[in-house]
Design a protein around this ligand. Structure first.
Ligand code: CLF
Ligand code: SF4
Length: 287
């Protein structure tokens, strides 16, 4: 357990995804957010027990069930300092994540609250995020140029209306940047994730780094594409391509290099332990 702070310098030591070096801290992801409001061309959300990647969970749980999962997880893994919600869909597309964080704040006030979103509703829901006391927020920004974003995302549903292509991309990017500015100004530490897609945004990473840093993000995580769904034919970036992108981005913003591309229900120290099996697959009672 850690003393909660909202400060990037402290998070570097207490949060597994905000430091330049691995720090042996753990996180529990609560898979409470099933739906999404955008359609990334590389996204393939699944319910299963064995794939190790984002968007996958053994099950979707309710905010109330999440409390039982945290209790059991802390017994198994005392290194857990962070409660994260990262899907399997978007955390702001439904109210489940905010509701869960309200319960976490009440029952586990010493755990850091970490939320991950695509940012479509970040600007308009920023006050709720600030009020519930999110300590660290990740926004996935895959492009800051709508023409490039449209190659990575086919559609959004925004205020009950569907938008496609460049029109959708413009709305998404504007809300992401305005949202980052708003929450960063309120003192929440912001990380930006980008999925590195060769031939689409690999020469655009520097520009993303520049703009999100100016908007108030503290750290940048460049994640290699897992070729799947509509982008199944694009090869994953090589280590040299990933390293080149990270080096360029590093001129503008701190770069996180230890991402493990966690499942939406991961539990443990990223890259070292996963207790998800014991909690979900062996059907241990959550109460
Ligand atoms: Fe989870 Fe993400 Fe919070 Fe970390 S993971 S919501 S910031 S607590 Fe970390 Fe996992 Fe990479 Fe995410 S290693 S996929 S960056
Ligand atoms: Fe999938 Fe996340 Fe993109 Fe939604 S925002 S489509 S859950 S990758």
């Amino acid at each position: 357990m850690v003393t909660k702070t909202n400060n990037y310098e402290n998070l570097k030591l207490s949060h597994p995804c905000f430091g330049g070096h691995k720090n042996n801290k753990g996180r529990i992801h609560l898979p409470v957010s099933p739906g999404c409001n955008i359609q990334c061309k590389f996204c393939d959300r699944k319910i299963n027990d064995d794939e190790q990647r984002p968007g996958v969970t053994s099950k979707v749980i309710t905010p109330e069930e999440a409390l039982g999962v945290i209790k059991r997880a802390l017994e198994l893994c005392p290194e857990i300092t962070v409660v994260g919600i990262a899907g399997p869909g978007d955390t702001l597309a439904t109210d489940n994540a905010i509701e869960t964080f309200r319960l976490v704040k009440e029952h586990y006030p010493n755990l850091l609250k970490c939320m991950s979103t695509n940012g479509l509703l970040l600007y308009e829901r920023a006050d709720e995020i600030i009020e519930v006391g999110i300590d660290s927020l990740t926004v996935t920004v895959n492009a800051v140029d709508p023409e490039i974003e449209a190659k990575l995302n086919s559609a959004i549903v925004y205020h009950s209306k569907k938008y496609e292509g460049v029109e959708a991309a413009k709305i998404l990017i504007e809300n992401q940047i305005k949202g980052i500015e708003k929450v960063a100004k309120a003192g929440i530490t912001v990380k930006v994730n980008s999925v590195l897609v060769p031939g689409i945004n690999d020469n655009h990473i520097e520009e993303i780094a520049k703009i999100v840093s100016k908007a108030g993000a503290s750290i940048y995580n460049i994640i290699p594409l897992i070729p799947q769904f509509e982008l199944a034919d694009i090869p994953a970036p090589t280590c040299a391509q990933i390293d080149a992108a990270r080096t360029k981005a590093g001129e503008y913003i701190d770069v996180f290099r230890h991402c493990q591309r966690c499942r939406a229900d991961a539990i443990g120290v990223p890259g070292e332990s996963d207790f998800g099996d014991q909690i979900y697959q062996r059907r241990i009672s959550l109460k």
